[in-house]
Design a protein around this ligand. Sequence first.
Ligand SMILES: [Zn+2]
Length: 216
Amino acid sequence: MPELVFFSGTMDCGKSTLALQIEHNRSARGLTGMIFTRDDRAGEGKLSSRLGLVTDAVEVEDGQDVYAFLVDHLSRGGRADYVIADEAQFLAPEQIDQLARVVDDLGLDVFAFGITTDFRSKLFPGSQRLVELADRIEVLQVEALCWCGARATHNARTIDGEMVVEGAQVVVGDVNQSAGQVGYEVLCRRHHRRRMTAATARAAALSPDTLPVPTA
Ligand SMILES: [Zn+2]
């Protein structure tokens, strides 16, 4: 039975690497995938992983009907044996419904990869719809770690290393950003709630406030 599978996790948990691995394994068996993505760090029409691998993909646009796109592709003699949708958190809920229709009406497996929650720990609309519709949800086993060593379950947005909790839901940035730019960092829930990033934890550790004060 074809399935809609949602591979979910935080940033930096190896989602795109797994997407590329699935693509590699299936193409090695002579299968052809249709790869969708949106706002990949490598630029438009690319699916890339942090490990440096990259492949071409179809950039999903606002309002695009991905089911109709596939039907059109197949009716022109194009091939698609399965579908990969990376950065699926950036898709609209309607586009997730269209992916479910690809499974049900075209009989193709759809593997969707996405971050579950945004920097305020709220579900992305696309991820919410995936949780509602997926046949199966896989939480990725390559665990990202917080600076404290605990399992990182939350995404923080940072500016100069300081965690921010206001702003638009989607601002494309990356881990390891330079000064003044929006960056992202994965944290455990405790440190997300305390807004304590690696940089602020380091600064606090160096602050004289926290050093033992000799009593007179
Ligand atoms: Zn932590």
